[in-house]
Ligand binder design. Structure first.
Ligand code: 8YV
Length: 322
């Protein structure tokens, strides 16, 4: 098997008796290297930045499983894997709290204008204290709108409740009352029109790509803030820059970007945005859980068992089971 990056867990801990090659560089293997390795191996452990498409799978006749080191899987052509009988697995439940924590880190930082305030203190002398400087948003009583109410969205709602926020969510599937974490359902338009802060926790699909375009941003409450720890292409970054520039939005907290690892130049110099380099799952605990889960999925397939965390519908065997 081939692991495309060094992991915080030794693969041998989970995969006894299997030959494992780990890509030694800090950066990703090139598409050509990935193709060359895939041609020889029975299992791949990939990251979001590794594109797994039909042409890569065609070059990999022995491949049985692709274990994605992530919950999301928009880097993988599932249909191509399914038609070739290759399992695709992911790491659900491993990074819920880590990502919800980062969401709140960004939310608080944006609400309290941390980049501007921090830069002021870092001058070494912030001059004088002013009753009107750095006024931000108080979370208690503020309205949080959550787009996407899966495990991470709900973990964010739990945190928001602790801060006294009024929480509404918009979700493509109905959420049983017992799992709403005190949040109220709303449709997307209501969420846009009424939220002081919107936080995105939806997967990237054809219906969420570009969902926050110029028109949606214009329908947001004037002076609202936008947080995105889900997928960059859900937000049209040029439209976001324009909305910040015009004052329609008061700030944004972004951990994900339209064209990672590049960050829109219009965002880079702004002090009303907080930017982090896709570190939602970057806690020692979460990254170790992700590694063990991905490796266990590979071990199961190589030992002739069904993997515990297949992406639903990604394998013919699973697609036919109810
Ligand atoms: C991963 C993520 O850390 O799990 C996901 O879907 O976006 C991140 O938490 C990252 O993608 C590593 O592959």
């Amino acid at each position: 098997m081939f692991v495309t990056r060094q992991l915080p867990v030794d693969p041998a801990e989970v995969l006894e008796g299997h030959r494992v090659e780990v890509w030694p560089d800090p950066g990703p293997p090139s598409a050509a290297v990935l193709r060359e390795r895939a041609a020889e191996c029975d299992a791949l452990l990939t990251l979001l930045s590794d594109r797994v498409d039909a042409s890569l799978l065609d070059a990999a006749p022995r491949l049985q499983v692709v274990a994605n080191y992530a919950v999301g899987f928009d880097n993988i052509d599932l249909q191509a894997a399914r038609t070739r009988g290759i399992w695709v697995t992911h790491t659900p439940g491993t990074l819920t709290d880590a990502t919800a924590d980062l969401t709140f880190t960004l939310l608080l930082a944006v609400a309290r204008r941390l980049p501007e305030a921090e830069a002021d203190a870092r001058t070494g002398d912030f001059g004088h204290w002013s009753p009107t400087a750095f006024l931000g948003l108080e979370l208690a009583g503020a309205r949080l709108g959550i787009l996407g109410f899966g495990a991470i969205g709900r973990a964010v709602a739990r945190r928001a409740r602790g801060f006294g926020m009024k929480v509404r969510y918009s979700s493509r599937s109905p959420i049983p009352p017992g799992e709403r974490e005190g949040a109220e359902p709303a449709d997307f338009d209501e969420l846009l029109a009424t939220s002081d802060v919107i936080s995105i926790h939806a997967p990237l699909t054809e219906s969420t790509r570009g969902l926050f375009d110029a028109a949606a941003l214009a329908r947001m409450k004037s002076g609202a803030r936008l947080i995105n720890t889900a997928r960059g292409p859900i937000v049209d970054e040029s439209a976001l820059v324009a909305a910040l520039e015009s004052g329609q939005l008061a700030g944004a907290g972004l951990d994900v970007f339209e064209d990672e690892p590049r960050v829109h130049p219009g965002l880079v110099g702004r002090s009303d945005v907080v930017l982090t380099p896709h570190i939602g799952s970057a806690t020692t605990e979460a990254r170790r859980r992700m590694a063990r889960k991905a490796l266990r999925n590979i071990a199961a397939v190589l030992d002739g068992r069904e993997p515990p965390d297949p992406i639903p519908g990604s394998h013919p065997q699973r697609a036919t089971t109810p």
